[in-house]
Design a protein around this ligand. Structure first.
Ligand code: GRG
Length: 303
């Protein structure tokens, strides 16, 4: 959505992502093996192992590395964050919420396993996520593990992702202002990225200032993701004029272009990217490269 496309960096983001995605996928596979009750574990694995960009796990691993920690310290939390992400998508697709029959190009979880199967597999994934952090994290002080559990629970719970989802559903179809829209996305989307960045930083032994910087970076990156998503929804729909309009346009969902217009939405995206980049000043630029590349990936993606 920005006019200048390339960022002159030597960093090979694609190889970096593929390497980390493979590491996370292997750990996810091992963390949720098929066991009794078989249908429950199959439902958990169906959504957990069905692709996805793995953005939260990668932010968690990169944050840990940025402040001097090893991947091994952050991997169990990275896995846990993806379990939580998977359950939130599974529940979001349910008929009582967004009512989506497709996810990542496949039938949604409830279409395959039924509604109670999805609800229970979602609960199982949240519990498994926290169990995994508590039992699989090694080489990290217990106080840091406790802080990570508290931070993640706080950011996904009634003042985090769940709050964002509730307000989003309450606003469904109504016209909302910029403040409400920002509340929804800061909670529903950015809070998970924030949890990932903070968890990784804490596990890597960061100081409070480093944690704060990564917190601010991830909030901006999460909002940027959403602003770009909304802009792409408009550009895709106009490209597809004559075909079917984008789902969100049909559903009358509040988006940045609808609330502030296209021009201002682009300005906001640029400002969020700039603010996120600013938080990285002072860190080792080589270790910070994945964070810059991630912003470019979010800003310049076309879907
Ligand atoms: C978290 C306890 C708890 C409950 C869940 C249903 C619900 C409450 C929240 C919905 C949250 C939701 C659907 C947020 C949207 C987040 C988002 C931007 C999803 C798309 O993420 P991508 O593009 O997806 O990273 P992939 O497929 O790449 O993993």
């Amino acid at each position: 959505i920005f006019s200048v496309k390339a960022n002159p960096t030597e960093f090979d983001f694609k190889s970096y992502m593929l390497e980390k995605i493979s590491m996370v996928n292997q750990a996810l596979e091992a963390a949720v093996p098929v066991r009794e009750p078989i249908k429950l574990h199959e439902a958990m694995r169906y959504s957990l192992l069905s692709g996805g960009k793995r953005i939260c796990p990668i932010v968690c691993l990169a944050s840990c590395h940025l402040v001097g920690g090893d991947d091994s310290a952050a991997l169990p939390s990275a896995v846990a964050l993806e379990m939580i992400h998977a359950m939130s998508l599974m529940h979001d697709d349910l008929p009582c919420m967004d009512n989506d029959a497709l996810r990542r190009g496949r039938p949604s979880n409830h279409v395959v396993f039924g509604q109670y199967g999805t609800v229970l597999a979602g609960y199982a994934l949240i519990a498994a996520a926290f169990e995994h952090i508590a039992t699989a994290t090694q080489g990290v002080a217990p106080a840091a593990i406790l802080r990570v559990i508290g931070e993640i629970a706080g950011l996904i719970g009634p003042e985090g992702v769940v709050a964002g989802q509730v307000v989003d559903l309450q606003c469904g179809g109504k016209s909302v202002g910029l403040e409400e829209l920002e509340y929804i996305h800061l909670h529903k989307t950015a809070a998970s990225v924030e949890a990932a960045a903070v968890a990784g930083a804490v596990l890597g032994g960061a100081c409070e200032e480093e944690i704060d910087r990564l917190r601010r970076y991830s909030r901006c990156a999460g909002l940027l993701f959403q602003v770009v998503d909304d802009i792409l929804d408009v550009t895709k729909s106009s490209e597809e004029l004559g075909k079917t309009a984008g789902k969100d346009m049909v559903a009358g969902k509040a988006t940045y272009p609808k609330v502030v217009g296209m021009e201002k939405s682009r300005e906001m995206a640029e400002e969020l990217k700039r603010e996120a980049e600013e938080q990285l000043l002072g860190f080792d630029p080589i270790k910070a490269a994945p964070f810059i590349a991630l912003l470019n990936f979010i800003a310049y993606r076309d879907k």
